[in-house]
Write a protein that binds this ligand. Structure first.
Ligand SMILES: [Ca+2]
Ligand SMILES: [Ca+2]
Length: 306
């Protein structure tokens, strides 16, 4: 009799435990569903704010272009970050950056064939970054139209033997991260290069006002880092013509290698960035904007990473 009462007690305790578990999981599911719905709503809201900021950025770029066409620098009005301001549910900040201060990888190959001026400049960039200049062979091979490897280069045969097997793209770079696929570009090389190169349309020039010291060194033979930093003026350089840059070089006894090709004092690639924080949840949005003869166009949008 005592044993039966003992079993009944254990069963009762187990039932109570089970019931508690079920109720707890029900509450948890409700909380989770509530959180999920709130997050979805906040995401929609954040996206709407980011699109608003994009419109602000496009408007600013249009006005800037009308005021002084063809000249852009980091001291322009559009380059000032938007101070944080309150919106229902949180805070919003934004900024606009130009993206022409880099070496455009797509200058290296024109109509499927290596461009000798861009090739020389790229080799100088590699030297300025303390990387092997013959890496240029593999980068050009990856993008040029033929299947003939340069002496230190690599085409399909080398890539098909790689693990995993792949092929040379034999076309323009779509994104800088494609460099990771090029033979000889290891993690460290990529990390160094990524900060100095871009993969814009081939006609997109290097902006001399925003070019980093390393990119300036790529354009001029014998330009050392100290003088490149002087020309860059800590990112605040503001020349209104290519001639002004050439004149500064002349004072230093230097010349712009290749002449005024693939360079400019204006930008045609921009990035609008929005950071929206709602209920403590951060949302980051990026819009790539191209300045084209017919106007400004959003090339692509991304969230989280640029
Ligand atoms: Ca090729
Ligand atoms: Ca080739």
């Amino acid at each position: 009799m005592r044993r039966q009462r003992g079993v009944a007690l254990v069963v009762a305790v187990l039932l109570v435990a089970l019931a508690t578990l079920i109720v707890a999981s029900l509450i948890d599911t409700t909380d989770l569903a509530f959180a999920r719905t709130r997050n979805l709503m906040r995401e929609q809201q954040a996206y709407a704010y980011a699109r608003g900021l994009e419109t602000w950025a496009l408007d600013g770029l249009r006005r800037d272009h009308n005021e002084e066409p063809g000249v852009d620098s980091n001291s322009d009005l559009w380059a000032r970050p938007l101070p944080p301001f309150d919106v229902p549910g949180g805070k919003l900040t934004g900024r606009l950056r130009e993206r022409n201060g880099c070496f455009n990888l797509n200058h290296l190959v024109a109509n499927g064939v290596e461009d000798p001026i861009a090739r020389r400049r790229f080799e100088r960039l590699l030297r300025a970054l303390k990387l092997a200049p013959d890496l240029a062979d593999a980068v050009v091979d990856y993008a040029d139209g033929d299947g003939e490897p340069a002496p230190r280069g690599a085409e399909d045969m080398a890539y098909l033997l790689a693990n995993p097997p792949r092929r040379a793209a034999n076309q323009a770079f779509a994104h800088v991260s494609e460099l990771r696929l090029v033979r000889g570009v290891d993690d460290e090389t990529y990390r160094v290069l990524e900060a100095q190169v871009c993969a814009h349309p081939a006609e997109s020039p290097i902006n001399l006002n925003t070019a980093t010291p390393a990119v300036l060194m790529s354009l001029v033979e014998h330009l050392d880092e100290a003088r490149a930093r002087q020309l860059n003026d800590e990112g605040r350089a503001r020349m209104t013509s290519i001639d002004a840059f050439v004149a500064k070089l002349q004072q230093l006894g230097l010349v712009l290698d290749g002449g005024p090709v693939q360079v400019a004092v204006g930008s045609d690639q921009f990035q609008a960035e929005a950071l929206v924080v709602l209920d403590g949840i951060p949302f980051r949005y990026y819009s790539r904007i191209a300045r084209e003869p017919q106007g400004h166009r959003v090339r692509y949008r991304s969230r989280g990473i640029d």
